[in-house]
Design a protein around this ligand. Structure first.
Ligand SMILES: C[S@@+](CC[C@H](N)C(=O)[O-])C[C@H]1O[C@@H](n2cnc3c(N)ncnc32)[C@H](O)[C@@H]1O
Length: 281
């Protein structure tokens, strides 16, 4: 069973199914129900088990496993480098939160650098956060939009990898406002977006419904472009934002954050990386 891929159908067949939202939705529900039932398995080359619903590992083939791990290790290094720019490091972080941890791709590697009892996770996919916490020793907390006041000012590092790349702007604002509350003064925030470089290479996403011209025009006009995956019922899709748009958004909902660095296409050569620090006092 360790050979089960997250995507069971070949891409062209899957795209045809996706054109019928109702059919795709039923198929997806069944696929995830099967994954939930199977749980997790050992995948050679990865430490800790991998959940059958871990959508970040498209198949257990060697090339996919290598790129899943290399991607996570690169993020861990970037977290460390980002902390270094403000005179800190991973080893001395006391409480680290990954918002949108999925099924633990990054925590799986980060726990080699930070004791697991300092790691906290959440995800709107409760199963993903539950699995990550149970498998890797992290603690699950509520999604930040529902986290009570007891979580305010608790974290010295919060990171979101490939989360704002999928949300509508009002959802990003709600999330970011609360993320800024959860940071302690001096705490560091790290998040990624799709920016101009990603828009100009949007064909890499291989989405039959996506018109790259519209993305580039949207960015030129407003600095922002979002389109919901047409085969989903929930509000989740692909989002692009220019740097000025991100800066406006942060200034309006999280003015306590000051910019530390920006690396265009700095993650996986396609996502922009932003690092911020919460002002003291
Ligand atoms: C592309 S996946 C990335 C998963 C993980 N960060 C990684 O890089 O392996 C995006 C994740 O963000 C989660 N997500 C989306 N909106 C969220 C929110 N408001 N709070 C927590 N998680 C969220 C999704 O459920 C999904 O697991």
């Amino acid at each position: 069973m360790s050979g089960l891929s997250t995507k069971i159908l070949p891409k062209t067949m899957l795209d045809n199914v996706k054109r019928n939202r109702a059919v795709y939705s039923v198929g997806r529900r069944l696929r995830f129900a099967l994954g939930s039932r199977l749980g997790a398995r050992v995948v050679p080359g990865l430490s800790g088990r991998v959940h059958y619903n871990d959508f970040m590992l498209t198949s257990p083939g060697q090339a996919h496993v290598d790129s899943y791990r290399a991607g996570a290790l690169a993020v861990v290094d970037l977290l460390d480098e980002s902390l270094a720019t403000v005179g800190r490091d991973l080893a001395s972080a006391k409480a680290v939160l990954e918002v949108g941890c999925g099924y633990g791709r990054i925590i799986r590697e980060l726990r080699d650098r930070i004791p697991a009892d300092r790691l906290y996770v959440n995800d709107v996919i409760d199963e993903g956060a539950r699995f990550t916490a149970a498998e890797f020793g992290a603690r699950q907390i509520p999604v930040v939009e529902q986290a009570g006041p007891e979580w305010s000012g608790r974290f010295d590092l919060i990171y979101l990898l490939s989360v704002y790349t999928h949300l509508r702007t009002d959802m990003i604002e709600d999330n970011l406002r609360r993320v800024a509350d959860l940071l302690q003064p001096g705490g560091v925030l790290f998040f990624t977006t799709h920016g101009q470089g990603s828009a100009e290479t949007a064909e890499r996403y291989e989405q039959y419904w996506l018109d790259k011209r519209k993305v580039i025009e949207g960015l030129a006009e407003t600095g922002y472009y979002y389109e919901r995956y047409p085969y989903y019922y929930s509000e989740y899709g692909l989002t692009w934002m220019t740097r000025p748009c991100v800066e406006r958004l942060v200034a309006s909902v999280a003015p306590a954050l000051e910019a530390v660095s920006w690396r265009p296409m700095g993650v996986g050569s396609h996502q922009d990386l932003y690092v911020w620090r919460k002002r003291q006092g």
